[in-house]
Design a protein around this ligand. Structure first.
Ligand SMILES: *Cc1c(COP(=O)(O)O)cnc(C)c1O
Length: 419
C-alpha cells in the first residue's frame, strides 16, 4: 500500500519541482492571499494582456482610428490558426475566433442539418451544458427535427456505447461536450466521432472546458465541427469571443444561417444578393470584436509557451492531489467525489458532493477561497494548470475541512434563488 502524506511540505515540494510555476507570476494577483479555484469559469488576467490591450486602445484605436482596420481585418483567422496550432491539433484554415459559443453552436448545428438532407434527428445528452441543449432544442422546434437525448450519469459522463445506442440512419448530427461542465468527465473524442461517422452523422464538439486544459486533436480525431469559449482556461477575459472549427473538406458544403456581410464573398461590393465566401470566412457574421480577439491571441500565446502537454501533466497532478486530500480529510466529513476517479478520464476540474455544498461554497468565499456551486449539491473546484499551485490546493482543502468540521457554513444563508 502506498502511503500518502497530507503534510503541507509535500505541497511546497511539488510547487518547487513544478516547471510551470513561473507562469503564475505572469497574472494579476492584487490580493496575494486569494485562492482562485474558478479559472475554469473565468480565467485570471494575464499581465501581458492588460499591457497589450492598453496599447491597442491608445495607439491602434486612439491614434490609428479607422486606418487600423488594415491590420485588424485578419484577426479572426490569425487568432484561430494559432489556437488550432497550439491547443487544438488543427491545421491552419479551419478555425475562426468570432461571436459567442452559443451563437457559433447555432450557426454550425444549423449548417450541419442542411448538409444532411433527409435526416431529421439531432443527438445530444440530457446533461449537456444548458446553452447547448437550449440552442439545439430551438433549432429542432423551428424545423421538423427531433432532439434525441442520451440519458447520462452526471458524474461519469457520456460513453461511446451510449452514443452507439442512440444513433441510426435518421441522425444528422451528434453534438456533445468534450469535458462535462459539472463533473469534468472527459469523453472519448476519437471513438465517439467514429461512432457518429459510422451512422453517417456529423459530429460537433463543444470544447469550452477542454481548450487550454486538455490536449485536443481535432484533425486526427476526424471531428467535423467544434466550438468553444476563451474566457475559461484561455484567460481571454469576460465575454471574450469564442471559436469555431469546420473541417476543411466540409467548408464548401456547409451554409450557416447568420448571413452577415462579413461572410459575403465580395464584402465591400455591397451587392444586392448574398453569396457566401469560399472557405472559412463564410462562418463569420458581422464586424469582429478586435479587443476581444486580441485578448484571445495573448491568452493562446501564454498557453502555447507553457505547452499543452505540460499543462495537461500538471492538471492531472493537481486534480489527483486534490482528490487524495479530499479522500483523506473530507470523505470522513460527508463529502464524496462526483467526478471520474481516473485522472485520464477527467479535465482539470473536480466536483465534490455534500448536502451542504451551496452554503459551504459561500463560507469558502468568505474565507478567501473562490470555487463554485453547481446543482445538485456539488462543489466545483477548478485547478487551472497555468495559474494554480499545489500549496493553494492544500490551503483550499484545509480551509474546506475546517469550515465543514466547525460547521462555519451554518452562518450562511442561501439566497432565495438557490432554495
Ligand atoms: C461555458 C460554456 C458555454 C458558454 O457559452 P457562452 O455562449 O459563452 O455563454 C457553453 N458550453 C459549455 C460546455 C460551457 O462550459
Amino acid at each position: 500500500m502506498t502511503t500518502f502524506s497530507t503534510e503541507r511540505p509535500v505541497a511546497e515540494a511539488l510547487d518547487a519541482a513544478d516547471p510551470l510555476a513561473g507562469f503564475r507570476d505572469r497574472f494579476a494577483r492584487d490580493d496575494p492571499s486569494l485562492i482562485y479555484l474558478d479559472g475554469n469559469s473565468l480565467g485570471m488576467l494575464p499581465l501581458a494582456t492588460a499591457d497589450r490591450l492598453t496599447q491597442l486602445i491608445r495607439e491602434e484605436w486612439g491614434s490609428g482610428l479607422i486606418r487600423s482596420w488594415d491590420r485588424w481585418i485578419d484577426l479572426p483567422w490569425q487568432a484561430g490558426d494559432e489556437l488550432g496550432r497550439c491547443l487544438l491539433g488543427a491545421a491552419a484554415g479551419q478555425l475562426l475566433v468570432t461571436d459567442s459559443t452559443t451563437v457559433n453552436l447555432y450557426k454550425l448545428a444549423s449548417a450541419a442539418l442542411g448538409a444532411r438532407p433527409g435526416r431529421r434527428v439531432i443527438v445530444t445528452d440530457d446533461d449537456n451544458f444548458p446553452t447547448d441543449r437550449y440552442v439545439l432544442a430551438g433549432i429542432a422546434a423551428g424545423q421538423d427535427v427531433q432532439l434525441r437525448l442520451i440519458s447520462t450519469d452526471i458524474d461519469e459522463g457520456v460513453t461511446a456505447a451510449d452514443v452507439r445506442a442512440a444513433v441510426d440512419e435518421s441522425v444528422a448530427l451528434v453534438s456533445l461536450s468534450h469535458v462535462a461542465y459539472r463533473s469534468g468527465a472527459l469523453a472519448g473524442m476519437a471513438e465517439i466521432t467514429q461512432v457518429a461517422h459510422d451512422a453517417g452523422a456529423l459530429m460537433l464538439w463543444d470544447l469550452c472546458h477542454s481548450v487550454g486544459s486538455v490536449p485536443v486533436q481535432l484533425d486526427q480525431c476526424g471531428a467535423d465541427l467544434a466550438v468553444g469559449c476563451t474566457y475559461k482556461y484561455v484567460n481571454a477575459g469576460p465575454g471574450a469571443p469564442a471559436f469555431l472549427y469546420v473541417r476543411r473538406e466540409l467548408q464548401q458544403q456547409l451554409r450557416q444561417p447568420v448571413q452577415g456581410w462579413f461572410s459575403q464573398r465580395d464584402q465591400f461590393a455591397m451587392g444586392p444578393a448574398y453569396d457566401p465566401a469560399p472557405g472559412m470566412r463564410r462562418f463569420l457574421a458581422g464586424t469582429p470584436d478586435v479587443l476581444g480577439i486580441t485578448a484571445v491571441a495573448e491568452g493562446v500565446r501564454l498557453l502555447g509557451e507553457a505547452g499543452i502537454e505540460r499543462l495537461r501533466a500538471k492538471g492531472i497532478q493537481l486534480t489527483s492531489y486534490l482528490v487524495e486530500l479530499a479522500d483523506a480529510w473530507l470523505a470522513p466529513l460527508g463529502f464524496a467525489l462526483a467526478s471520474p476517479r481516473d485522472p485520464e478520464r477527467r479535465g482539470s476540474h473536480v466536483c465534490l458532493r455534500h448536502p451542504e455544498a451551496a452554503r459551504i461554497c459561500q463560507a469558502l468565499a468568505g474565507a478567501g477561497v473562490i470555487a463554485d456551486y453547481r446543482d445538485p449539491d456539488r462543489l466545483r473546484l477548478g485547478a487551472a494548470p497555468i495559474t494554480t499551485g499545489f500549496t493553494e490546493v492544500w490551503d483550499a482543502l484545509d480551509t474546506l475541512r475546517q469550515i465543514t468540521e466547525n460547521q462555519v457554513y451554518q452562518e450562511f444563508r442561501l439566497n432565495m434563488s438557490e432554495l
